[in-house]
Design a protein. Structure first.
Length: 481
């Protein structure tokens, strides 16, 4: 069984004072089990991004220790920099790495938020997967107005006082998948060019899915600064090429790109350094950093898992995970891939010009579902490992029954998500079968069959987990599925 491991990426509003950056570093590394992988400071943005991994409890402890240092040493009334910010500790995301579900990371975010509010008197907003409200899922929406704009307002944080801390501001704490911070530098000093390109490519303006983007001037060059929220949907290579094409239309070239923080290996698969013009890829591979300090923690690539043959061997093995829920999610992933294939065989073809726009929309949605279902393959296995851990709690432990119920309900959520996505995929498969390339009708039909298998298999897993829970727990979680 894989030992639980969480990535935490706190962003601090200090990129110029070495003493403060060293103090933050010391606070994290002093916590047993916390392994600091990377520190990246930017003087223009006046911001430092720390990346560390740890078991869940240690991740919360290390994040809090660093936040206490930030509250003591960083004064936002004296802070200036290019990057938007609202807090001395601006944002703290938890990311599942191994043996941990997204739901467990949400709970870590809540634990840290409660402690920060109580002990540091800093208002905390939950964001991304931990958000308590839809309008707080996006960090830019929470941070709007920044520290200066929030100072005179009465706030409604998830935890803590209704006003910003006088020097440390407010903090966003959340849970999310792997995010890649990616910057592209243009061969111009005109910030308007960067801002216009950022507007064209970001999701909120109708651009690429899963992209947040802004334009800045950094080191005398226009910079398109981005967060790629889902690299399985929109990779750095896709974004780079989109920026390059738009820059060339304005008579501007691209000088180079860079990664901020760490990046999963799969984000660079198929995108050679010469294509992206990366100046620093080798020093920023997440898995390489983890293996350097915890060689046994992750035997294969984070998020990529073993090869297909290796995964099938695991499925056929004697361990309870991966099991039927993961197999159902994989069936959905394959269905999405086939829908995308048929859509690609349709778009751009003269014979199907009348349905080109519809086929492109199907392609975009199928690719999004493919990435989400692929993650659910792993999340289902990780969730059931939580059930196994709960059953190992001594029977005389008063909290055992509740722990088992909570683990079973958590294990029901990934297959419930598979059911929802499978139903949508089935509709897409049926549509592309009717309008798509006639030479690929059989592929669309197979996609539909696989989508039905994903729905049926995942439903079986939801029911099995709920059946094992207590009546009280089932009633509480009646919305699952």
């Amino acid at each position: 069984m894989t030992a639980p491991l969480v990535e935490c990426v706190p962003n601090f509003s200090e990129g110029r004072d070495p003493a403060t950056i060293d103090a933050l570093r010391a606070a994290i590394t002093a916590v047993p089990g916390a392994q600091l992988l990377d520190v990246q400071s930017d003087t223009a943005h006046n911001r430092s991004v720390f990346t560390f991994v740890a078991p869940p409890a240690a991740a919360v402890a290390a994040a809090f220790a660093a936040m206490r240092v930030a509250q003591q040493r960083i004064d936002l009334t004296k802070h200036a920099g290019e990057h938007p910010r609202m807090g001395a500790t601006d944002v703290v995301p938890f990311v599942p790495v191994a043996g941990v579900t997204m739901e467990e990371c949400v709970q870590l975010a809540r634990q840290l938020g409660e402690r920060v509010a109580k002990e540091l008197q800093i208002p905390v907003f939950l964001y991304a997967k931990a958000a308590s409200r839809v309008e707080r899922e996006r960090l830019p929406d929470i941070r709007k107005g920044e520290f200066e704009g929030l100072r005179g307002r009465t706030l409604e944080p998830d935890f803590g006082p209704p006003r910003v801390h006088p020097t440390a501001g407010a903090t966003a704490i959340g849970a999310r998948p792997f995010l890649v911070a990616f910057n592209v530098y243009l061969d111009t000093q005109e910030i308007a060019v960067a801002k216009e390109i950022a507007k064209q490519i970001r999701t909120s303006s109708g651009g690429l899915p899963g992209v947040q983007a802004s334009g800045f001037i950094v080191d005398g060059l226009a910079q398109v600064s981005m967060n790629l929220l889902d690299i399985d949907i929109t990779s750095p290579a896709v974004v780079f090429n989109a920026i390059k094409a738009r820059a060339e239309k304005q008579g501007v070239g691209v000088q180079y790109s860079e990664i901020v923080g760490l990046i999963p290996e799969r984000a660079l698969v198929g995108a050679a350094e010469s294509l992206l013009r990366l100046s620093n890829a080798g020093d920023h591979i997440l898995e390489t950093k983890i293996r350097a300090v915890l060689p046994a923690a992750i035997p294969s690539a984070v998020g990529a898992g073993p090869s297909l043959d290796g995964w099938i061997e695991e499925l056929a093995g004697g361990a309870p995970t991966p099991g039927g829920g993961s197999a159902a999610a994989l069936a959905g992933t394959l269905a999405a891939a086939l829908v995308a294939m048929v859509a690609r065989l349709t778009v751009g073809k003269k014979a199907y010009a009348a349905v080109d726009a519809q086929a492109r929309a199907i392609l975009a949605e199928a690719e999004q579902l493919r990435g989400e279902l692929r993650r659910l393959v792993d999340e289902d296995a990780a969730a059931y490992e939580g059930v196994s851990r709960a059953y190992k709690i001594p029977k005389d432990d008063a909290g055992r029954a509740q722990a088992i119920d909570e683990a079973l309900l958590a294990a029901a959520r990934p297959p419930a998500d598979v059911v929802k996505r499978g139903r949508r995929l089935l509709a897409l498969a049926q549509t592309i079968e009717q309008i798509g390339n006639k030479n690929a009708v059989s592929d669309a039909r197979v996609a539909g069959m696989l989508a039905r298998t994903a729905i049926d298999g995942a439903t079986e897993n939801v029911n099995a987990n709920l059946a094992a829970a207590s009546d009280q727990a089932r009633a509480k979680e009646s919305g699952v599925g």
